[in-house]
Each structure stands twice: as C-alpha cells, then as structure tokens.
Design a protein. Sequence first.
Length: 197
Amino acid sequence: MAVNRVPVLKRCRSLGLDPVYLGIDKKSNRQLKRANRKVSEYGLQLREKQKAKFIYGVLEKPFHNYYLKADRMKGMTGENLMIMLESRLDNVVYRLGFARTRKEARQIVGHKHVLVNGKQVKVPSYLVKAGDTVEIKEKCKGSQRYKDILEVTGGRLVPEWLDVDQENLKGTVKELPNREAIDVPVDEMLIVELYSK
C-alpha cells in the first residue's frame, strides 16, 4: 500500500494549511522559504486538490474515482465530492471524537474496532448513510486507548449532522452533511476546474 512519509508539519507548511484541520495541535515555528513567484492558475488548482487529498488521507486514484462519482450525481460536483469525502467511515470516526486524527481513525477501522449498524466494517473508505449508527466494539470500549482518546477529544465540537454518546462510544449519522457544515479550508470549485480540463 502506498504511504506518504513526508513529515506532517512540513506538508502543512507547503500547502499553507493549519495542522488543526488534521487534529494536530503542534505549530511549526519555521517559515516556508518560497520565492515571491506568481502561482499559475493550474498551480492553485493543483494545491487545492493536494490539500483535500492530504486532509482526508486519500490517494490519487481513489480521489479521482470520487470525483467521477460526484460528477454523475445530481447537484454541484464540488459539493458532492466534499460530502462524499466527509461521509467516509474513517472521517466519521474522527468527527465523532473516537480518534485524535484521521490517520488514527483509519487505523481503528482497519483493526476491526468499528461496527456500523451492528456489523463489523474494516474498510476506511466505507461511505456512511443517513441513519447509520457507528460504534466501537464492546470488547474494545474498556481499553486504555479509548480512555486516552476521549480525554483529548472530549472538548472537540461534534458537527450538527452527527449525534454522539461519548460514554458508550456510539454515534448516529442524523443526515449527510451539506457544504456549509464542512469546515475544511478547500475550494472545491478549483478541483472541479482541474479535473474538467
């Protein structure tokens, strides 16, 4: 499996992204030494796409497949793309506060700790639907790992499209999010322009 091994803070600096969006509290004191070059239109579009891929931890081919699927759906392609990325199971686990970062959420799903509607799901890219319940397996709930995670994520705001019961490590997807509910600093229209060339 392809893994991006570039240090997270270095990647955030190069994309002009605040590490908070990845669930990381660290700040980098270094400034990116970039010559005052004018960035082309293509450069801006590419940076937005790289930002979205980096935030959600999606590689190029699956990301392009999401775009093609979003393009076939009704409505705005860019909004559909962001809604699909936001409704991935690893992202929902992160948003519910059951993981500190999306990478950790992906690992939790991969280690078979997550049940969706009572069934075990180990695919991080599984798309949840409105009305789905997402919970951590009963035998994993008492582990020290989840106590530590809840200590860190306890004060984090849960989006209004999700309903969470943190004591029982259980959450419900009330509805799929709309674009206003997604607080990710990505201009999806530039991604659409890039792919529609």
